[in-house]
Design a protein around this ligand. Structure first.
Ligand code: NCD
Length: 307
């Protein structure tokens, strides 16, 4: 990778992505076979700083670090930390840099991880900055797509909250490196932000926008479903207008190709009916499990760069 930190998907070239995914595949095979992995980072401590709720991202980074032989320290909930006393993010990360060899940061403010990365010398991974970016999720999404459908000549539909969904912003940016055909499906009020559309356009991406899933479903190799990000809406009434807008159930998928792969970064609320879970379409739990080998590969690259 060209940089020490991972703050946005735009940093990743196709070669960077392939390097991480290839490494992840090695870790995946080793984990799968049950063989014990050499403890590559026995002295290494990863600091977890989550200013917003997390299950998958935090636990998979923790598992990844431990599987590499290292350990973690966790800032814990914001309510129980000095953030409550009014400490600035810059001060907090400068202190935490003294405890950990890398920092994984999730924060409600866009740009928080980039800002934090300017104050510390240890690698910073953006684990979500408001409605901005979530690049490590993108790596596991790409890994999952590569396994299920391949990354060449991909036609993907991304549906739901494209405005506030940070996983979407990162994934769309990264997919420009693979010349994917991207179809964005959302209510008008939740279209991709102008800045993301601009970046996709600048990258020469093949992008189309829709308000109805039916318009594109039969063409798709992958359907990437997202949760409406209720916590980001300035107004609850606005959320209620779009809540439940796209719900995928068995009937919806009647028009889909038999090879369609359905993904979701999770957590889901009601976007995908549980009846899909046991079908061959469903890939979202596998996707979440891929977080461990992919984050092992990412940590390995960042930490070995930094030695
Ligand atoms: C996502 C996030 O935090 O942006 N969750 C995750 O990390 N898998 C998606 C979401 O919260 O909807």
């Amino acid at each position: 990778m060209r940089q020490d930190h991972l703050v946005a998907a735009g940093q990743l070239s196709r070669a960077d992505v392939e390097r991480v995914l290839d490494r992840a595949a090695e870790f995946d095979a080793a984990l799968e076979s049950g063989e014990s992995l050499p403890a590559r980072y026995p002295e290494t401590v990863l600091a977890l700083c989550f200013y917003e709720p997390s299950t998958r991202t935090k636990m998979s980074f923790e598992t990844a670090m431990k599987r590499l032989g290292g350990d973690v320290v966790d800032m814990g909930s914001v309510d129980a930390s000095s953030v409550k006393k009014g400490e600035s993010l810059a001060d907090t990360v400068r202190v935490i840099e003294g405890y950990g060899d890398g920092i994984v940061l999730r924060h409600p403010r866009e740009g928080a991880a980039r800002m934090a990365s300017e104050f510390v010398d240890v690698p910073v991974v953006n684990a979500g900055d408001g409605a901005g970016q979530h690049p490590s999720q993108t790596l596991l999404d790409l890994y999952t797509i590569r396994e299920a459908a391949g990354l060449d000549d991909l036609t993907i539909g991304i549906v739901g909250d494209l405005k506030y969904g940070r996983t979407v912003h990162s994934l769309a940016t990264a997919l420009t490196e693979f010349d994917a055909h991207m179809h964005f499906v959302s209510p008008d009020s939740l279209r991709l932000p102008r800045s993301v559309r601009f970046d996709l356009h600048e990258a020469g991406a093949q992008v189309r926008e829709h308000t109805e899933l039916d318009d594109v479903l039969p063409e798709l190799d992958v359907l990437y479903v997202t949760r409406i990000q209720r916590e980001r809406f300035p107004d609850e009434d606005e959320y209620q207008k779009v809540a439940g807008e796209f719900q995928i159930d068995a009937d919806t998928l009647d028009a889909a190709s038999d090879d369609l792969t359905v993904m979701h970064p999770l957590p889901r609320v009601d976007e995908i009916a549980p009846e899909i879970d046991d079908t061959d379409y469903a890939n979202y739990f596998e996707q979440a499990h891929n977080g461990v080998p992919v984050r092992m590969a990412l940590l390995d690259l960042l930490l070995s760069n930094h030695e």
